[in-house]
Design a protein around this ligand. Structure first.
Ligand code: HEM
Ligand SMILES: [Cu+2]
Length: 537
């Protein structure tokens, strides 16, 4: 039947007005992807600036204030734009296709969400204007962020507006995606034959709905304390700075799962496609995602072990933190079991997915000692923590996102990426990031504090800082090559078949790229449909 219909314009052949006023989930997905990736590059360049500064002790290239601004913007944009924002791109493009729908439930709310995200992006760029630099660190702790005068951290208002706008975008997205998946599935797609990517996105969005209000409240109070001189967090006037930390981490710990659960979903999609096997233990994979989201709300004070909290709370949250290892372990076990005796195709998406599993394993293993107060007091606010969260976030999340880019690139652009460049990029990224982040773990154990502009000329520290800086540049070069592989593919790559990876999932039953209205007719979903082969335990 498809031949009989008029040829459709591919999504990229649209005027600027069509892009601005679009409510098409695919275009909005692309807009999120472009915005997030641009900010990933901005954040990455700032990181390279910091690495150059720390290459040797003493002042090198940037002023201390500039360093603090780099660090704040790097942390904020990598977390909010990249590690959270990039999933809005994948979710927008893929969810309706995966459940056989023509669009999302609330297309206009969806567009509004993107434009809120865009407004936040403008504010982030405003911090580039001299005098506007934010230096609150991504956490915005009072009193640093709320006290004007000596040591005032900079433009707290901009920091607060960034959180409000990205938070609003997240809530709009969450309402939209959750409703879409619940209401718009093709008959035959139930909870236990959804794509694991959708489980990841759904769990992440439930976290957003429950958590964002807490951090939004925290930064609103921070704003009032700073500019209207209220005293929520000022102990000299009856306030409590630890209240800020509680409200902030009540969201910001679960937020790490907002960043990683969709990545887990992508890893499952890719591993099952390239192992050419059904995912092992589908149901336990889905349940593990939801279990991680649930327990993730009960561990937040592990960020506050040195903030003066009662011992019983420390013990309780140490216990729950370690509990997270159980569902996470289930996931890793199932991925490995899927690979066991499989005829694996080592294409670029698969390499990135396997790399993400490896990096997450190291990151998760370094998280376990951090969850034990007796160990954490020694390394809290050291480079060990920096190494830990770069393994899980910087790399597991980033590698999963790139696995997704390579995997769905043929569907999105209708062209294949460049395989050779993709593979080289993977090995450079792995080499660079492991040198960089492993050196961070070690220099942290040896006492290097985080967030410092300078350090004493200790021989062993200098060597490790050299290694980090070399690693950072190799990593950056690898990322550059990955982007070149994708963009070169989109421009001059081979034409992509509709289903290059022989996946069973619905999005691959559409032409590449999909037509504007997705499905000409609602797709027929077989009785035993499973996006990953079969959906049993
Ligand atoms: C899901 C992937 C994970 C991500 C994205 C992540 C991210 C982060 C981030 C960003 C921080 C630093 C926050 C800051 O102070 O600025 C952090 C610290 C911490 N993480 Fe993770 N983490 C993950 C997994 C884990 C796991 C599995 C555990 C424990 C089993 C863990 C335990 C901790 C602890 C205890 C800290 C606080 C360390 C300190 O500040 O002294 N994390 N993590
Ligand atoms: Cu945490």
């Amino acid at each position: 039947m498809r031949e009989a219909l008029p040829a459709h314009k591919p999504w990229f052949a649209a005027s600027i007005w069509e892009w601005i006023f679009t409510t098409d989930h695919k275009k909005i997905g692309i807009m999120y992807g472009v915005t997030s990736t641009l900010f990933f590059i901005v954040g990455g360049l700032m990181a390279l600036g910091m690495r150059l500064e720390l290459f040797n002790p003493g002042a090198q290239y940037v002023k201390p204030e500039t360093y603090n601004w780099f660090l704040t913007v790097h942390g904020t944009v990598i977390l909010l734009w990249w590690a959270i924002g990039i999933w809005a791109s994948f979710a927008n493009f893929l969810i309706p296709l995966m459940i056989g729908a023509r669009d999302v439930a609330f297309p206009r709310l969806n567009a509004l969400g993107y434009w809120m995200f865009f407004a936040a992006s403008v504010i982030a760029l405003l911090t580039f204007i001299p005098g506007n630099q934010i230096m609150t660190m991504w956490t915005g702790y009072p009193p640093l962020a709320s006290t004007e005068g000596i040591g005032f951290a900079g433009q707290t208002a901009l920091f607060v507006f960034i959180w409000h706008l990205t938070g609003f975008a997240s809530i709009a997205g969450a309402v939209n995606f959750i409703t879409t998946v619940i209401m718009m599935r093709q008959p035959g797609i139930g909870f236990f034959n959804l794509n694991l990517f959708i489980h990841g996105i759904m769990a992440a969005n439930v976290i957003q709905l429950l958590g964002v209000p807490s951090v939004a409240g925290a930064v609103t109070m921070l704003f009032l304390d700073t500019y209207l001189k209220t005293s929520f967090f000022d102990p000299s006037r009856g306030g409590d700075p630890v209240l800020y930390q509680n409200l902030f981490w009540f969201y910001s710990h679960p937020a790490v799962y907002v960043m990683v659960l969709p990545g887990f979903g992508i890893i499952s999609e890719v591993v099952s496609a390239f192992a050419r096997k059904p995912i092992f233990g589908y149901r336990s994979m889905a349940i593990a995602i939801w279990a991680i989201a649930l327990v993730g709300f009960m561990v937040w004070t592990h960020h506050m072990f040195v903030s003066g909290i009662p011992d019983w709370v420390k013990i309780l949250m140490s216990y729950t933190t370690l509990l997270i290892a159980v569902p996470t372990g289930i996931k890793i076990f199932n991925w490995v079991a899927t690979l066991y005796r499989a005829a694996i195709l080592y294409k670029t998406p698969m390499l990135y997915a396997l790399g993400a599993i490896f990096m997450f394993l190291i990151g998760g293993l370094t998280g376990i000692p951090l969850g034990i107060p007796a160990f954490d007091v020694a390394v809290h606010d050291s480079y060990f923590v920096v190494g830990h969260f770069h393994y899980v976030l910087g790399m597991a999340v980033t590698l999963a996102a790139f696995a997704g880019f390579f995997y769905w690139w043929p569907k999105v652009t209708g062209k294949m990426y460049s395989e050779g460049l993709g593979k080289v990029s993977f090995w450079l990224v792995m080499l660079g990031s492991n040198v960089l982040y492993f050196a961070q773990l070690i220099v942290g154990i040896w006492g290097m504090p985080r967030r410092y502009y300078d350090y004493p000329p200790i021989e062993s520290w200098i060597e490790l800082h050299h290694l980090q800086t070399y690693g950072a540049f190799v990593l950056a070069f690898g990322i550059l090559l990955a982007l070149v592989s994708l963009i070169k593919g989109a421009i001059s790559g081979e034409k992509a078949p509709d289903n290059p990876w022989m996946s069973n999932s619905l999005e691959w039953r559409l032409p590449s790229p999909p037509p504007p209205h997705n499905f000409d007719e609602p797709p027929k979903v077989e009785e035993d449909y499973c996006p990953h082969g079969y959906c049993k335990f």
